[in-house]
Design a protein around this ligand. Sequence first.
Ligand code: P1T
Length: 481
Amino acid sequence: MKSTIRIGEPDAFKHATNEDNENGKLIESAIMAKKDAPETYTPNSFKIKDSILDAVGYTPLVRLNKVPQAEGVKCEFLVKCEFTNPGGSIKDRIGRRMVLDAEKSGRIKPGDTIIEATSGNTGIGMALAAAVRGYRMIITIPEKMSNEKIATLKALGAEIVRTPTEAAFDSPESHISVAKRLNKQIPNSHILDQYTNPSNPLAHYYETAEELLEQCDGKIDYIFSAPGTGGTISGIARKIKEKCPNCKIIGVDPLGSILALPSEINETDVTGYKVEGTGYDFIPQVLDRTVIDQWVKVGDEDSLPMARRLIREEGILCGGSSGQVVAAALHYAREMKLGEGVRCVVILADSIRNYITKFLSDDWMIRNGFMELDKLSDPNNALSGVSWEKLGLKEVKPVGKDVTVAEAKELLSKGIKHLPVVDKKIIGYITNQSLVKQIINRKMTGDQSAISAVIKEVPIVKHRISSIFLIIFFLIGTKRS
Ligand code: P1T
């Protein structure tokens, strides 16, 4: 498989626009202004904690012993295991700090409602704080994000509003705009806003970066982090540049996002990606691109298999963005010929728990083109050696986009659960449930087009995979659901 990874030219911060320099100044002045905020809310102690919020932070820094070596990388690779935070991600740090800082400043008081637009992990971190401190929590979150995150959020008592993944950040349907609308409608509600709140980078300036300096005795040569809001990388970078000025900060950005510099490196045909939490279609205010020395772009094809390798080979139970940043860092170390004695630190933002039905599943990986079909000949796979014929699967023929309600209904009544719809290429599938919903909601008749019943969340099928492969996977879905 061809690598998707590409490295931008060095000193990328030199390409930051005036607007980004403003972000840098803004974060600097916020950090100066907040010097009186507590440096940490967590005493570093093994003693009894007053609440689970005191268990946030002080995460392990662990050496990788197999994957870099297998990739021919000579330098030292250390990973910051943020998945050991109580809510399972690095965003617990800002969940706690944004809530406690807002309480301390008198902006919010228990009983109020907190609303946050999130890709899930910040939501979990804030819902934890809200549960402990007594707030109502409303989360707006794009459909793309995993059901595992939603289940955790609901268990923490958060109310969920899902928004379309395709919505641009400034469109009325985006998770950010919906949060703003709810804020106007709900009395005593507040958006603490991770995209602009200085408490976000401050959590990493005061905590994550200090932990790294202590864990490494001040010797760090490279730090790799994949920004979403940019709070992690900006907060860490600001402290590291003060204490360890020769350390290089490398930003890792998914193909399809526009955060990297110089901006030409963002050019791609890729319009979406499966890794959750990193990359955006706008530059968040807390992302200070002036403190990032270089950027690496990386696609899902490298990121998700790398997350699986970290789990399988190193026992590091991390999430997809961790695979993304490690894949990019290893590529960088190899290309730059970083030798023995060079220390690279990689921030692993979240945990396997968020992705059990996504990249942890072989079916999901194969359906999305991140694992070869012949993986099923792997002796460890339950289906090893079993031919598709023996599984008794029938072929499902895709229908065109002009399929009518009556035709779709007829095909679905023959035991097909997912009816693929094509318009030159696959555009989605119709299920009994999606069809019935349209018939009821839109009072549709049999001769009308069934196009509105198409579910568009369809696996990206790579050109190297034949349509037979696609059909097989509709059948697998049919068998198992
Ligand atoms: O936002 P930032 O500090 O840049 O962290 C990026 C990031 C990386 N990896 C994962 C899995 C993440 O969830 C995130 C950021 N997440 C959010 C912005 C959020 O709302 O959960």
